[in-house]
Design a binder for this molecule. Structure first.
Ligand SMILES: Nc1ncnc2c1ncn2[C@@H]1O[C@H](COP(=O)(O)OP(=O)(O)O)[C@@H](O)[C@H]1O
Ligand SMILES: Cc1ncc(COP(=O)(O)O)c(C=O)c1O
Length: 282
């Protein structure tokens, strides 16, 4: 059977992020992506202008309808959630569907700052949501928020980073990836922690000066897809890192607004050529 993922995230018409990256990436991996929108925006929130339609009140009906239609999902992947009601709905959706894989991107902030729309209560709720995941992908700011540590931009030692990843893993998820860790020599590192084997792998790339919206969503979408089709954790993380890194590097040659995101579409062929491991013949 073809694999199927419920992708819970917002739909932003302009600015490549959330569902507008999850859908093409999962499709390129030959997975059916079923979008479960949380909000509809004209343009993502980094632009000076955007409209925002909250979808919260529709979400329980949406999920109940999928249930009535007897829809089953191999994985559930959640991204930005803007209210505690939405987080409760997602926890309920996970509990009712019990898929084999739950990937939670605990979107809360970046560069040591919490996104202004989020309250302390939401941060507590996101910790609850992370407990329901098998895989979680915080950036370093979010990893500090999850474990109630103070954020520092540069000087986390690798031992300290492993401690943070282990603490997050103790909350529930078997796999933790901490993204966007700045290291000396203009390097950016992703830490991949596998609790069962107590193995911590550091994947390091050159840090490119430009930063673009949506790179975390691209990373989490590729990782979710590869794990769902049966690839092992480290292969999945390395492939996701390479995919984002290549997309950023190419995009940085052009003078474009960071809000427009990266030209990941040009690299989707890297994903279409990856075989499924666990599924029956498609
Ligand atoms: N400026 C950059 N140069 C190289 N890689 C980057 C850069 N910014 C992000 N990445 C990569 O993009 C992926 C997503 O990380 P990040 O953007 O930190 O996530 P988030 O959007 O959740 O903050 C990671 O693999 C990270 O290493
Ligand atoms: C509604 C919305 N605005 C903005 C962004 C971009 O966030 P960032 O620049 O941190 O990647 C996202 C990313 O998912 C989003 O969903």
């Amino acid at each position: 059977m073809q694999k199927k993922i419920a992708a819970i995230n917002d739909l932003s018409g302009i600015g490549k992020c959330s569902l507008t990256v999850a859908i093409p990436i999962l499709s390129a991996l030959k997975i059916q992506c079923c979008p479960f929108p949380t909000a509809i925006l004209s343009s993502q929130t980094g632009y000076p202008e955007f409209t925002f339609l909250d979808f919260t009140s529709e979400m329980p009906k949406y999920s109940d309808t999928w249930k009535k239609l007897n829809q089953k999902f191999d994985a559930i992947y959640s991204g930005f959630l803007g209210s505690h009601e939405q987080i409760d709905i997602v926890i309920d959706f996970i509990e009712k569907n019990s898929p084999s894989l739950v990937i939670v991107d605990p979107v809360m902030g970046d560069d040591g700052k919490i996104y202004p729309v989020l309250s302390d209560e939401i941060i507590r709720e996101i910790r609850e949501l992370v407990k329901h995941s098998n895989i979680t992908t915080p950036n370093i700011t979010e990893a500090c928020l999850l474990t109630q540590r103070d954020y520092r931009k540069h000087d986390f030692s690798r031992d300290e980073l492993k401690e943070i990843a282990k603490d997050i893993s103790c909350m529930g998820p078997e796999y933790v990836v901490i993204t966007g860790i700045h290291e000396p020599g203009k390097k950016i590192t992703n830490l991949a922690y596998d609790r069962k084997n107590d193995i911590c792998t550091f994947i390091t790339k050159d840090y490119m000066k430009c930063s673009y919206s949506g790179t975390g969503d691209i990373f989490a979408s590729v990782l979710s897809g590869l794990m769902t089709i049966g690839h092992d954790f480290i292969f999945s993380v390395k492939t996701a890192v390479d995919f984002v890194s290549e997309s950023i590097s190419y995009t940085s040659k052009f003078d474009i607004d960071r809000n427009d995101g990266v030209m990941f579409e040009l690299f989707l062929d890297r994903l279409t050529s990856i075989d499924h491991i666990s599924s029956d013949k498609l």
